[in-house]
Design a protein around this ligand. Sequence first.
Ligand code: OAD
Length: 235
Amino acid sequence: MTDPHAKIVILTGAGISAESGIETFRAEDGLWAQHRVEDVATPEGFMRDPELVVNFYNARRAQLPEVAPNAAHRALAHLETHHRGEVIVITQNVDDLHERGGSQSVYHMHGELNSALCAACENRWPAPMVMAPGDPCPRCAAPAARPDIVWFGEMPYEMDTLFAHLGQADVFAAIGTSGNVYPAAGFVAEARRAGAHTIEFNLEPSAVGNQFQEHRTGPASRTVSDWVLSIIGRQ
Ligand code: OAD
């Protein structure tokens, strides 16, 4: 039974967008089976072959207009609107499906496809559909535009704020994430230290699945919608 004023902190991963048609990373035929992480998702890979990296994210960005939020994204937006306590979504996803599903409080800890970043002055601006290596920064004019994506070896965004939210969580839910990538994989431990009730939503137990007190197994479109109904239905 969830307290009507509970603070709910939700971590999402690629699995919540899978039913919208976006590939996950670690499935047998997922993105990391088709591309080498060190080529397309590291600063070193970008230095070696910026065109390959920019084109990889151009292809991901081009998918966005062709996909739509699914019932799980919409259910989280519904939760945020109707739950009396605070609801925070922390996503590792770089798509925009939470926002298009209606969520307002969304932290993109691994960056966003729709954002460009200047490697020289850290300015951010809306990414054009097709970025090219050496695109100039609209603020400082340096030819240093890059996708605003957190690569392996870089620090995820807003960690202080995220840990502050985790430290206040009454409920922590992880949805569709394999628990392989830190610091996100360590959030469950942090939330438990804060006394939160922890729930994992996945098709199978994740790499940190044994740290959760409750498991809801199945496709997120169903399990997350059921969970939200069970909370909102009583309020
Ligand atoms: P993964 O591809 O590692 O894991 C996706 C998880 O979603 C798996 O545990 C699946 O079992 C689960 N899943 C798949 N379909 C699902 C469904 N319909 N309902 C519920 N669960 C489902 O993706 P992430 O954990 O998000 O980082 O990966 C974390 C980070 O690793 C990504 O943000 C990315 C990647 O490398 C960077 O690029 C920096």
